[in-house]
Write a new protein. Sequence first.
Length: 586
Amino acid sequence: MLALSSLTLLVLVSASLVFGLNSGAWNALNASVEGRLVRGIPFARSCFPDTGGPVSGIFDEQQCDTVRSDYLDHFSLASTLGGYMNSQWQTCQRTGAECLLDWTDPANADADSPPRVCSQGSIPDYGIQIVTLTDVFAGLDFSKKYGIPLVIKNSGHDFKGRSSGPGTLALWMSNLRSIEQQPHFVPTGCSSRPGKSAVTVGAGVSFSDLVTFADQHNLTIPSGGDLTVGAAGGYTQGGGHSIISNVFGLGADRVLEFEVVTPRGDHVVANQCQNSDLFFALRGGGGGTFGIVMKMTTLVFPAMPINAVFAAFDPTVGNNRLEFLRFVTNQSLEIAKQGWGAYIIPTIGILMANPILTPIAANTSVAALKTFMTVNLTGTFTMTVEPNYKTFFDKYIGALVHVPVGIPLTTSSRLVPVEHFTTASRRADLVTTITTLFDAVDLSIIFATTPFLYGPDNDQTSVSPAWRNSLWHVNVANTWNFNTTVAEVSKKYSSLKVAVDPLRLLTPGSGAYQNEADVYEPDHEGEVGRPLYISPILTSVKASFWGTHYARLVEIKRKYDPEHILDCWQCVDWLGANNLRYKCYI
């Protein structure tokens, strides 16, 4: 029998801390939350006859059939405690302990048949289905008493594994699904201010719920590209971009108030008139860091028509892809000035949305794009005016933009400042850099979704200032499968970091979007933090995720969470990569 490595022993010790904790303690916790304590069961557990170590759930062939059919389904993954959109965060990547199917063919029995086994991996062993404030208090007290790390889990959309972890207790927020229209909302304690049109949403409300609600009430609420994302969670707390962010700002810009439980156990309201420092931190400082958000109140807008453009081409013909990238790079500044937001997919084409131009003006503004796509690239061009945002989303984003889920996927990103679009030579350098980058990775997309027209936030949010002076958020990714070795997975991460380095070098002093950044982003904190490492090609100490806001965020973190009850990978003032809770990162 092979001897267990020291790391494997460490993981098993942590798991035994949770599973081996006196059953009376868990029973007492369950009673205190009225039976809402649930086991974290790996999504594909029912497909595995054999297990590796303690693992929740049972083998069930009939249930496995359902799992196989739902393995790549956003809503199915979001509905379970053990479901994570990027499946490596269900696993212990450092040891290879996992419970994954073959995402290219979930019916492939090679993934779940002996000798392969199902392991608990990084899935929280238990979670509390949060319904009341008492549930949150119970979770905090239990964590402090027994030393069980907490994670905050909503829909499972987290590219960096911040809502999972071996040996953890999850506060599962998905049941908080209230939505209330507030036609004249005045933040608590701000009685002298005029009311604004808003909605108040529970922490578990998805954009699917919210966009539907907006449609039913003749409102517009910008969303991300996946409707299963929780509106009040890490999306907004980390920034939150939309295809119409150019006009309406980031999600963090539109928040008027949070109702939150701090890690110290205080139930507070945070807005510009009270607990304003916490309000600042929650508007861009990152999810799972400063408190447990119960509700969020955010601005809404009247229903409005959306000008939509979808243009596609064949990237396998000649130099089509290169010519396409040159054209959109040359046009990006002008179309941003006219109010367009866009998803630019180098191997497909471009999807654009504009909520402010008249149909005639919109048609004129994209005339050059139409000619280029149909004549130069012999591609297709479609332009419509959709009656509202939901119709636009369903017809275009929902049908054409497929955010991959159910697969192991690691991302990296970079915000590209406006200055790189102002001269021909700078645009040429940018095209050369991104073309090389896209050749070196598995997936790539350019989000032209920065708040360019929305303007500066005057330090009202903690989102990186780089968002305010950039046109593009470039995002790339690598993928792998259930049978990829630990060494090969490690190379997927390292090669992605290396591939993006030239773009980092081209854009010194900019940054990356923390929610979609490299798990090993260099200089993600800056000189006042504890950076994991500094890239040898970079000399700037400006924080990649928060820029000049980072020092203030550290002060706020230490004020509201001095014991580090909430801690997550690369989050503000985190405990660092060597902390035991991060032992499954590769």
